[in-house]
Structure formats: structure tokens, C-alpha cells
Design a protein around this ligand. Structure first.
Ligand code: UD1
Ligand code: MG
Length: 455
């Protein structure tokens, strides 16, 4: 395969998003759209990635370098069209000898297979390859004027005749070029058109006039959704989720109600994992084999060990690391904690900044008090310990192996291994006092009613 350069156009204003955030930073599957485009370029084997950003879009550059540290960033100070945007990245392709793939940062779901098809056609002799698709409504897109396998021209919607507007096959924006072909046409693109912009799509007619071979390939419409507003963003997200669900089911994950489970771009799940309805995965989740996740869990930045059972209604986040066979039940939140194999927290707990050993039982209502309003402190609990229900563990504090904390304790001092800790007031029983208490209450009520009658 020839060397591959990828140019990603990300200088869009995105005014139709009605957002303070640049369009290409809006996430799909938890990752900014521009980063999806960069990942697509990387998975296609691009050795050099050039991203064209708008002025002042440092955050876009940062999102790019987070996934491709050595990507070259070019700034397009005036937004004069896609052809003009490509020119800004000239140094990335004019000395190149192989192929150039142009991707639009607002088209995040393009598959590695589609990019591979472009590359294969270029390697087989095409000079330009355009990815077309057939949307339900072609309004606004550039139309592909074809003759058999050959692409003759792309006519932008605003410049098209009524006859051309009846064409259903349109330009996705994704194109491949032999780098020499791109270099030979880029400076000849003009701006005498309806928008007064330098259209990259004019490269097609220029190359045909030079007797170059210009071809096209047709992609699935869902793969090349271009996100220009929030409706399209929602469509792209749904499409992304559909693809991930399908991948996971293929890989041996049971989804009891697939459409209600939402994944992140990097969710990793082992085999024979069962996920019940209404579960959301944020970025950074790795799940081992044989895990069961019951309904209404929200999980991000977490590792879940083999055989664990989670939920319903659990929240796990912030670098949580759960060992094998851990059980977390309803209304348990775990943040930035390591929990050893076989440990159970069945109900209503907050475990934050904690390290917990193996086979420990965390009783209902146990809270690690990790925050004093300024600092976060650690709680360390050993193995085979038992924390009685409704206990508060005031960090920094530790509970040793095999220790037992009595229910309702507020633990402020370390508990040694095998100790029994009481951190609560002792109970006192007053014999026969209950009826007296009731008499008092009734008398108080009678007084109140008498006062009301007077007024
Ligand atoms: C473009 C295509 C059209 C295609 C459609 C697919 C052209 C002239 N038209 O139209 O054929 O059907 O995409 O969605 O290419 N950008 C820059 N700098 C600019 C202009 C655009 O970086 O000066 C970037 C945008 O950030 C975006 C991409 O290029 O990622 C496409 O620009 P946009 O204005 O959305 O083009 P469309 O009118 O959608
Ligand atoms: Mg667009």
C-alpha cells in the first residue's frame, strides 16, 4: 500500500448547532466528532494526519492531539470553502508520493472498510475516488453526475439545475486522491459559484479535463451522516449505538433490550456478559467475562472483574476497580475505589477513595466520609471484614482484616485487625416508660385542641 495522508476538515462554524462549543467537538459515543474522524484515519493506516481548524479553536486542536499526538494542525483563518480548507494543509500533501484521504470532521461514523475501499481503488489506478450515498432527502448535498463507473462532476445543490436536483446519489464529502492529482488541481479551483466559495468538489471536473480516472463508491447512508444540527447529532448517536450493540452481540454479549443500552466509543466487554435494560456506559469501561449488569446502572471509568454482579441502580465511576465476583447491589455508588474479589456491598452505600480487601461485607447504608469540604481522604478496609449497616467511616481511617464494625457506628479511629469497633451511643432501656410517653403526647394534643376551640 502506498503512503497515506489524511486531511480532516474541521473549520466549520456549525452555526446551526446553536452552541458555544465548536460543532466538531460535540460528542458521539462520548468522543468528540473530530476525534472519530482522526481515529478513522488512523485505522485506515494514515501515516500522516493533517487537521484544518478554524481560528481560535484550540480546543479542537487539543481533541485531535489527544488521539493522535503527532497530527499536524493547520488554521484556516477565513472560511472560504472546502477547497480553500484543503489548501491550508498543502505542506502535508504536496511532497507526498502516495494517497490522500479527505475526511470531514462532521461526518464521524465513516467505517474503516469504506476508507479501505477508497484506498484499494486508488491503488488499482483511480486518481480520485468519491464516497457517495443515497439519503432519504438529497436536498442540500452535492449531486454526483456519473457515467457508469466514472464520476464526471459533483454539482453543489445551490448550483444544480432542476434536472440535476432529481439525482438521488450525493457526495458524502469523503474523497481519496492520488497526491499528485490533488496537487495538480488544487490551485485551479475557482470560486465562481452560488456561494462564492472554493469548492473541493470542483476537483472532479478539473481532473476529468486532465483525463484522470475519477471513480466513486457508494456507502450506507447511516455511515456518512453529516452532522449540521442537533437532529443530525441525535441521528448520528443512534446510528453509533446501533453499531456498537450489534458488535457486542456478535462478540457474545447478551443485551436483554438492546435499544436501551448505551455504550461509549471505548467500552470493552468480555464474553457471556448479560446487560439488562437501561444501562449507560460512559468512557473508560472494561468489563471481564461472566459479569451481570442489571437495570439502571450508570458506569464510567471503571474496570469490572470476572463474575461480578452489579445493580440494579448502581453508579460506578472515577477509576473504580472491582475484582472478580464483587457484588454491588441497588443504590450503591463507587468512586475511585479498589474493591477486592468476592466483596459485597448490597444496598445503599457510597464508597469513595477507598481500598477494600477480599470477601468483605459492606452493610446497607455504609458511607465513606471522604471529603471534609477541602480535602479528599482515603479509607482502607481489609479482607474478611464486616462493616455493620449504617456506619460512617470518616477518612482518613482504616479497618483491619477480619475486623467488625457495629451497626450505626461513626468510625473516626483506625480499627485493628480482628477488633470489634463500636462508634455509637450505648442503648438504655427504661422499663414501662412507653405508656407514660404516650399519655404525655395525648395530653399535649388535648391542650392544642382546646386552644384552637377558643380562637
Ligand atoms: C459539502 C460538500 C457537498 C457534500 C456535503 C456532505 C463541498 C463544496 N460540498 O457541503 O458536496 O454533499 O458536504 O455533507 O465540499 N469546512 C472547512 N472550511 C471551510 C468550509 C468547510 O473546514 O471553509 C469543513 C467543515 O468544517 C465541514 C466540511 O468542511 O467539516 C464540510 O463543510 P460544509 O460547509 O458543511 O459543506 P456542505 O455545504 O455540507
Ligand atoms: Mg456539511
Amino acid at each position: 500500500m502506498a503512503d497515506l495522508v489524511s486531511i480532516i476538515l474541521a473549520a466549520g462554524e456549525g452555526t446551526r448547532m446553536r452552541s458555544a462549543t465548536p460543532k466538531v467537538l460535540h460528542p458521539v459515543g462520548g468522543l468528540p466528532m473530530v476525534a472519530h474522524a482522526v481515529r478513522a484515519a488512523l485505522s485506515a493506516g494514515a501515516g500522516r494526519i493533517a487537521v484544518v481548524v478554524g481560528p481560535g479553536h484550540e480546543a479542537v486542536s487539543a481533541a485531535v492531539t489527544a488521539v493522535a499526538a503527532d497530527a499536524a494542525i493547520f488554521t484556516q483563518t477565513e472560511r472560504l470553502g472546502t477547497g480553500h480548507a484543503v489548501k491550508q494543509a498543502r505542506v502535508a500533501f504536496e511532497s507526498a508520493t502516495g494517497n490522500v484521504i479527505v475526511l470531514y470532521a462532521d461526518t464521524p461514523l465513516v467505517s474503516p472498510a469504506t476508507v479501505a475501499t477508497i484506498v484499494a481503488k486508488l491503488d488499482a489506478g483511480a486518481d480520485i475516488v468519491v464516497v457517495g450515498f443515497e439519503p432519504a432527502d438529497p436536498t442540500g448535498y452535492g449531486r454526483l453526475l456519473t457515467d457508469g463507473e466514472r464520476l464526471l462532476a459533483i454539482r453543489e445543490h445551490k448550483d444544480a439545475t432542476d434536472a440535476e436536483r432529481t439525482i438521488g446519489l450525493v457526495n458524502s464529502g469523503i474523497m481519496g486522491f492520488k497526491s499528485a492529482t490533488l496537487a495538480s488541481v488544487i490551485d485551479r479551483i475557482g470560486n465562481a459559484n452560488a456561494k462564492g466559495e472554493f469548492y473541493l468538489t470542483d476537483a472532479i471536473e478539473l481532473a476529468n479535463a486532465d483525463k484522470r480516472r475519477v471513480e466513486y463508491t457508494i456507502a450506507d447512508a447511516g455511515e456518512v451522516i453529516g452532522v449540521d444540527d442537533r437532529r443530525k447529532l441525535a441521528q448520528a448517536e443512534m446510528q453509533f449505538q446501533e453499531l456498537r450493540r450489534d458488535d457486542f452481540m456478535t462478540a457474545g454479549v447478551t443485551l436483554r433490550d438492546p435499544s436501551t443500552v448505551h455504550f461509549s466509543y471505548d467500552t470493552a466487554i468480555g464474553r457471556d456478559v448479560t446487560i439488562w435494560p437501561n444501562v449507560v456506559f460512559g468512557p473508560g469501561v472494561r468489563i471481564a467475562d461472566n459479569v451481570e449488569i442489571r437495570s439502571f446502572c450508570d458506569i464510567e471509568d471503571a474496570r469490572i472483574g470476572q463474575g461480578a454482579t452489579i445493580g440494579p441502580f448502581a453508579r460506578i465511576r472515577g477509576g473504580a476497580d472491582l475484582g472478580a465476583d464483587v457484588h454491588l447491589g441497588n443504590f450503591v455508588e463507587v468512586k475511585k475505589s479498589t474493591i477486592g474479589a468476592g466483596t459485597k456491598a448490597g444496598h445503599l452505600s457510597y464508597l469513595g477513595d477507598a481500598t477494600i480487601g477480599e470477601k468483605t461485607n459492606i452493610g446497607a447504608g455504609t458511607i465513606t466520609c471522604n471529603y471534609d469540604g477541602v480535602n479528599k481522604d482515603q479509607t482502607v478496609i481489609g479482607s474478611n471484614a464486616f462493616i455493620g449497616s449504617n456506619s460512617s467511616l470518616v477518612a482518613p481511617v482504616s479497618v483491619g482484616d477480619g475486623a467488625y464494625v457495629a451497626s450505626g457506628s461513626v468510625i473516626t479511629d483506625d480499627v485493628p485487625a480482628d477488633a470489634l469497633a463500636f462508634g455509637r451511643a450505648r442503648q438504655e432501656n427504661k422499663a414501662g416508660y412507653a405508656p407514660k410517653l404516650k399519655e404525655k403526647a395525648l395530653a399535649k394534643q388535648a391542650l392544642k385542641q382546646a386552644a384552637k376551640g377558643k380562637s
